[in-house]
Design a protein around this ligand. Sequence first.
Ligand code: 4AD
Ligand code: MG
Length: 440
Amino acid sequence: KAKKIKIRTVQNNLETRVAVQGWIHRLRLQKGVAFITLRDGTGYIQAVLSGDLAKARTTQELTIESTVVIKGVISKLPEGKSAPGGVELKADYYEVVGLAPSGDEAFTNKVQENADPSLLLDQRHLALRGEALSSVMKVRAALLRAIRRFFQEEGLLEVTPPCMVQTQVEGGSTLFKMDYYGEEAYLTQSSQLYLETCLPALGDVYCVQESFRAEKSHTRRHLSEYTHIESELAFIEFDDLLSHLERLITTTVGYVLEDPEAGPLIQQLNPGFVAPKMPFKRMEYIHALDWLNEHGIPNEDGEKFKFGDDIAEAAERKMTDTIGVPILLIRFPVEIKSFYMQKCKDDPRVTESVDVLMPNVGEITGGSMRTYDYDELLASIKRENLDLDSYYWFTDQRKYGTCPHGGYGLGTERILAWLCDRFTVRDCSLYPRFTGRCKP
Ligand code: 4AD
Ligand code: MG
């Protein structure tokens, strides 16, 4: 006689007797009435227990995070009264499924809002139940959905490259080494090289894959494991890559904002968020140096920036925050970029490379055109002192029908930190991994 429902469907079940199963998110006991905010992962609903239902029960039977089944009729609340969805469940029956502890062991003692972040990370499995964290995870799911929809519409095919590899992509210093049946192997830093090999077989491709970086420094935006969205496009030019990136970001953000669940969550987490519009501001590395020097922002050595300097995180973010709009930072010098990057035809000191910078985060995407000439690529690999033999499968792509091509990698947690206005990417990963943290 009671229809089992999920909370997200309450609006379709008004004036119906329903059974809702969930966790007690909030609890207010007041003169013979218990107000429960019930959560089932799909939403929140206020349930009201009154009369005998509230009387017979003690607070020990109703605790935060206990699971309960509540049956009753859902009705719209009159103007002036507020509750999630503007509705209320008038309970006529309830039952405790799993009683959560009270006292010292109570949920609210384990997950205290202002607790030391590392204590909260020990309790991540419980902290995930909080409103902000679970909202970010919902936006994350919507973002991945949107990204896949965009790629589908653009005709890219999804592939799943391996995570256990024997080649590096982004430098030896951040490699996680592992023992692979007695051979040395690594956890992948980027699936780029594998995506490149797919072009002749499958056309334009993308993947959504974990990447691993042994980043020793603690920063707001570095994880040891992150979800890397990468794509590779054949027969394109640098300008095509830049406009593809603009389309990718504006379209997917548009899809997420249109999403009936994720859109309102972004407005809650990041009030006043304005979706970026095409075209993005384009800035050459060399002009970024001028900008930094004019604004008195020093390089890593505390000096004026000069050609060849890396623009480290702090400087990059200061610049992006001040400018306040997305920036396509392009044409980085050869020496500060990876071995595979194509040199610019008009200036071989710089590469056809791009970082997408967003306010509050800085770099969310790194991409480039790839060196597609066989001999030139071999020379770059040798210059980096990489073991040429282990790259035979990558260089073969230049031997058996090469073409101009390019791609990029997008850090899922970084784009989320920007979208949801989170201080750190750690708040955008289910179970963040960074130096000293590999549990739970
Ligand atoms: O700039 P990166 O290192 O570029 C590459 O890996 C290329 N091979 C990608 C490609 O062209 N297919 O990484 C790409 C993006 C960065 O812009 C950043 O958003 C994210 O990956 N990223 C990290 N996110 C979290 N924690 C880390 N340690 C990250 N390192 C990179
Ligand atoms: Mg980068």
